[in-house]
Design a protein around this ligand. Structure first.
Ligand code: F6R
Length: 258
């Protein structure tokens, strides 16, 4: 692992994504061991899969218990049936929750559970629940190819709170495979806001693979702009960006050219 010098936010390049995943999983295990009531912010998608695999392993090895921890996911689709397998809640169960001893009532997502749930109220309650839990100790983040954090799509303000959002065309296109066609991808979601995310004590951001190389370069080198929400990350006081060589390719090229 190599720390890049002179970047606007602490950036660490790993030879392989597995090393980055281990680094973050180890940090989370250490955090939960010192503070069993840790409040974790979690993400779904391809990016954090290996971190959850490593947390599962650590739990099996009895290195950590999540019995007193709680989790808050960044986002959830709207307009999917409660038992739809593509809900992020189901994804979290398959990749993490069913493998660790986190009490089910401590695993939160910003979700409507019945058609009677008003999404605006769900979003407000989510903010209140995060506050009541004591705030997020560490938030795990991936970056969308359009720079989104959670589902804070281009144009989202730095001050935004948990709310209902319309999904960006690129976000929906990236999800089309999972949904068996673009026409089946939900158009709306509830997401933590940028302001909500940035209240986490630590932000740990992961980006892997060549498809993230452009947004990683923009995140570090573009001027701060809501057109690429990830450019706001440099404003946080305890943020780290972990990338593999493929995702770092464009910034490494630029660093070499200097
Ligand atoms: C997921 C989320 C998104 C993803 C981002 C990257 O809960 O909020 O912001 O982190 O779209 O997705 P992957 O990891 O699939 O490339």
């Amino acid at each position: 692992m190599k720390r890049l010098m002179h970047t606007c936010l602490p950036t660490f390049v790993f030879d392989a994504r597995a090393e980055a995943e281990r680094e973050l999983a180890d940090e989370i295990v250490a955090l939960v061991r010192t503070k069993p009531e840790t409040v974790l912010g979690l993400a779904t998608g391809d990016t954090p899969v290996g971190v959850y695999r490593d947390l599962h392993r650590a739990h099996v090895a009895r290195a950590v218990s999540f019995a007193r921890a709680s989790t808050f996911n960044l986002d959830e689709y709207l307009d999917l049936a409660r038992d739809d397998p593509r809900r992020f809640r189901r994804w979290m169960e398959a990749h993490l929750f069913q493998h660790i001893d986190l009490p089910p009532e401590n695993a939160h997502l910003p979700e409507s559970t019945s058609s009677a749930d008003d999404p605006v109220t769900v979003a407000e309650r989510y903010e209140a629940a995060i506050r009541a839990a004591g705030g997020l100790d560490l938030q795990v983040l991936g970056i969308g190819r359009n720079g989104h954090l959670g589902f804070n799509e281009p144009g989202s303000s730095r001050a935004s709170r948990t709310r209902v959002v319309d999904l960006h065309p690129l976000t929906r296109a990236d999800a089309a495979g999972v949904f068996g066609g673009l026409e089946h991808v939900p158009k709306r979601a509830i997401t933590m806001g940028v302001g909500t995310i940035f209240e986490a004590a630590r932000l740990r951001v992961l980006a892997f693979g060549a498809r993230k190389a452009e947004i990683v370069r923009r995140t570090l080198h573009d001027p701060m702009t809501s057109a690429f929400v990830s450019t706001f990350l440099r404003e946080h006081g305890d943020v780290k960006l972990f990338v593999d060589r493929e995702a770092a390719a464009q910034i490494l090229d630029e660093h070499r050219a200097r």
